[in-house]
Ligand binder design. Structure first.
Ligand SMILES: Cc1ncc(COP(=O)(O)O)c(C=O)c1O
Length: 296
């Protein structure tokens, strides 16, 4: 699960999480699955972009359980029909696909829920990105795995770097560090949001998670860097593109330009500029399908 990269940086291989396409959305969806079962539901509704890891995870979960599923997608329908990566998996999953303009997503989701109810199904609504209590819990419990590894290997991380989007992975890790009493500084690398917005959302969700799961909050610092956005979501510069293209050759795993590559790029720069010492954990949150659908 966690493999040494060199004497200083080790990698938590959530890109290999055992679910089609793996990654943090795979890990989250397995916890969300339990909530769907507990609520006696048999239909899923969610939303995301055409290369959304979350939508792919929801579509695959539905297929695994023989649940029906509607995905409200935003982006170019034409591109979706032609793209590989998550778009291909979603197309082949059997999910109903609805395209919506960003401003009509809520309406389209409500309609999908109503349609399922009308036809006698029990739908379950999943927030985009798997930004739910259960999604956060998946990461609280992932820290237990990290702690087990740390104890076995006598290797405790001083820093944890990872890609941060909706913020539930980061908030879950922060609450998990409290629950399992692991001391490490978590540095999220924003893939889309500005620093102030991202930190506000992570802080709020960290508080909500620790309240909900009755964890004594130790008020870990919430740090999300926006220095590596390269202009925004799915954008990259030459340096990031090179890191991504060389990732298999250099590390033996993929680093896509949207998520994990951006985080790795930011981590490398941050370590250098801040003269970081000690044990660094790179939490690889996946993105192999994003890598596979990138421009060659
Ligand atoms: C591969 C990958 N890594 C990281 C993230 C960010 O995770 P979170 O939304 O929990 O912040 C995402 C979100 O889309 C993702 O798909």
């Amino acid at each position: 699960m966690i493999e040494p990269l060199d004497y200083q940086i080790r990698v938590f291989r959530d890109d290999l999480y055992p679910f089609l396409g793996g990654g943090n959305k795979g890990r989250k969806i397995k916890f969300i699955e339990q909530a769907v079962i507990d609520n006696n539901c048999n239909a899923l509704v969610t939303t995301g972009g055409i290369q959304s890891n979350h939508c792919r995870a929801v579509a695959v979960l539905a297929a695994q359980n023989r649940w029906i599923c509607t995905l409200v997608l935003h982006g170019s329908e034409e591109e979706f029909r032609q793209s590989t990566g998550n778009a291909l998996i979603i197309r082949l999953s059997g999910a109903n696909i609805i395209f919506s303009a960003p401003e009509s997503i809520a309406f389209a989701m409500d309609k999908a829920l109503d349609d399922f109810k009308q036809s006698g199904s029990e739908p379950y609504y999943i927030w985009g990105g798997g930004h739910t209590m259960e999604g956060g819990l998946a990461y609280i419990e992932a820290v237990r795995e990290l702690k087990e590894y740390a104890e076995d290997a006598s290797w405790y991380p001083d820093y944890i770097f990872h890609a941060s989007g909706t913020g539930s992975t980061q908030a879950g890790i922060l609450a998990g560090l409290d629950k399992y009493q692991v001391d490490a500084k978590v540095i999220g690398i924003s893939v889309a949001r500005t620093r102030s917005r991202a930190e506000e959302v992570v802080q709020q969700f960290y508080e909500e998670l620790s309240d909900r799961y009755k964890i004594d909050r130790r008020e870990n610092d919430v740090i999300v860097l926006d220095d590596y956005l390269c202009g925004g979501y799915e954008r990259y510069d030459e340096g990031l593109l090179k890191l991504s293209k060389d990732s298999i050759k250099n590390f033996g795993f993929t680093l896509d330009t949207t998520y994990s590559g951006k985080a790795f790029y930011g981590m490398k720069d941050y370590i250098q500029k801040n003269n970081i010492r000690g044990n660094v954990l790179f939490w690889h949150t996946g993105g192999i399908f994003n890598f596979l659908s990138q421009q060659p």
